[in-house]
Design a protein around this ligand. Structure first.
Ligand code: GLN
Length: 509
């Protein structure tokens, strides 16, 4: 395979060829490192590339194969790791100046599992500071650009992970999703991204933003690759008290079953509240087409009301900042990264100066919002009410799943927007997560799959994603729907949506 063909290949294809000795893991890693060197100066997907570490991991896989040892399902395949997950000895910033220069002394469980599976970690992917944002413009280092249109955002907060996969810098990435940060960037860059059931993937070593919502998950160009990566990272971890004590086999098999058998016998609900005049007309049209395809694939499609989701945004922006204000108290200038002030300054003065210099404006806004919402006198009015709304949303979903196998709707109310368009308007930015927040609040598995393009006009053609939500722990059901849709598209389009990105033809974004 040529380096160009290697960087275009599916993760599972690369793994099969490496296992068969037709390609070396080292060759695959070198092809991706070369592409990063050529293309990432334009895209800005990575904050740190660990070329030597990646080569060493690849060589270890090749040595394992040469010794006749069994290889994991994704052994030798390169991956971009969102910079909110710690990897021993590798700079981890969370996109923040406050952690600049910090090298963690341990691996996140997700990293331990990736290593055990032989996945090659190329480096740390850019993100909004502490995963707070929807465009990756809140990174303290640099924005990431959308490979479909370099003047547009890739979404966020896992925008670096999404752009790395879309620009063929890595076939796989890990993102994290607190309110939509895997699904929304996946939709805006034309790739697949899944948020597992809360508790499905360990949070040990995932720097906490809002602990009751945070989940790491897989991102890739195909549903099968996404499912394969999901199986590698998921499973019980005694180091995370909210980890569900079960394994998650059968996700790939579910995607394959959907591809082979379609959706006959399944009932899929279209969320009534995630449609209407407030939603981008082009996104609505592409979504309606995808819903027709679901019907064509054998599903019974019904409209379902999930009435309390209209309050998800208000509830999320109380709960997530409240948890963040508590979690981020650990960044005090004493223990990690940045310290501003001299030896003669008081502890309080050093803390205050470090935080003033080290946190960006959005992080400060969230800390203040959360501190306010948790203060005496306001706790009942704000935080407790938000928790009550969260329960109502979860109950609505539970009711919907008594008569539907999955729920669908647009992942994002609008396609990729221009850099700079929303950065000064926090509410406009928060609205980008309208469709993804409800499943986060309810702890449900949810994923985004590419379904088509907006027509080119004043703006270029841009990808649209369909969100598929399933009942808690029914991650396999979500992959079944995604697998069916992807197989149908393969027939219709003769390839991936991403192959149609004009900016990506000729090898450059
Ligand atoms: N955009 C949302 C926020 O800013 C969600 C972010 C996320 O999922 N990490 O909080």
């Amino acid at each position: 395979m040529s380096p160009q063909a290697i960087t275009r290949a599916e993760a599972l294809t690369l793994a099969a060829q490496i296992a068969a000795g037709e390609l070396s893991a080292r060759e695959v890693t070198e092809a991706h490192l070369a592409r990063i060197a050529e293309v990432d100066p334009l895209v800005g997907a990575f904050l740190h590339v660990d070329a030597d570490g990646a080569r060493a991991q690849a060589d270890a896989v090749d040595a394992q194969r040469a010794a006749g040892e069994p290889l994991g399902p994704l052994a030798g395949v390169p991956l971009a790791l969102k910079d909110v997950l710690v990897q021993r000895g590798i700079p981890t910033t969370c996109g923040s100046r406050i952690l600049e220069g910090w090298r963690p002394p341990y691996d996140a469980t997700v990293v331990t599992r990736l290593r055990a599976a032989g996945v090659v970690i190329l480096g740390k992917a850019n993100c909004d500071e502490f995963a707070m944002g929807s465009s990756t413009e809140n990174s303290a280092y640099h924005p990431t650009r959308n490979p479909w249109a370099l003047d547009r955002v890739p979404g966020g907060s896992s925008g670096g992970s999404a752009a790395a996969v879309a620009a063929h810098l890595a076939p796989l990435a890990i993102g994290t999703d607190t309110g939509g940060s895997i699904r929304q960037p996946a939709a805006l860059t034309g790739i697949v991204g899944a948020k597992p059931t809360y508790g499905g993937v360990s949070r040990y070593g995932l720097v906490a933003f809002a602990s009751s919502l945070d989940q790491a998950g897989p991102m890739a160009r195909t549903v099968a690759d996404t499912a394969a990566l999901h199986e590698v990272i998921a499973g019980h971890d005694p180091r995370d008290a909210t980890s569900i004590p079960q394994q998650w086999p059968g996700l790939r098999a579910a995607a394959e079953a959907g591809a082979a058998e379609g959706l006959t016998g399944m009932r899929i609900g279209v969320i009534a509240e995630h449609d209407g005049p407030g939603w981008d007309a082009q996104v609505r049209a592409v979504t309606a087409d995808a819903i027709d395809r679901l019907q064509h694939l054998g599903a019974e499609v019904v409209t379902v009301s999930v009435p309390h989701v209209v309050h998800a945004l208000a509830a999320y922006y109380l709960i997530a900042p409240s948890e963040a204000s508590s979690n981020l108290a650990r960044f005090d200038g004493m223990r990690y990264g940045l310290r501003v002030g001299g030896d003669d300054d008081s502890v309080a003065a050093v803390m205050s100066a470090t935080r003033a210099a080290g946190f960006g404006p959005e992080v400060k806004r969230r800390i203040m919002l959360g501190t306010f919402a948790l203060s005496t006198g306001y706790y009942e009015a704000y935080y407790r009410s938000a928790q009550q709304v969260r329960r109502l949303i979860a109950d609505d979903f539970a009711a919907a799943f008594t008569h539907c196998d999955a729920l669908v709707g647009p992942t994002s109310p609008l396609p990729a927007f221009p850099l700079g368009e929303r950065i000064d308007d926090p509410l406009a930015m928060y609205l980008a997560d309208l469709a993804t927040l409800p499943a986060s609040l309810a702890g449900l598995p949810a994923m985004s799959v590419p379904i088509g393009l907006t027509p080119a006009g004043a703006a270029p053609a841009l990808p649209v994603g369909l969100q598929i939500i399933a009942a808690a722990t029914a991650d396999a059901t979500m992959y079944r729907v995604a697998g069916a849709l992807a197989a149908d598209q393969q027939q219709q389009w003769g390839g991936l949506l991403l192959d149609r990105a004009p900016s990506l033809s000729g090898g450059r974004p």
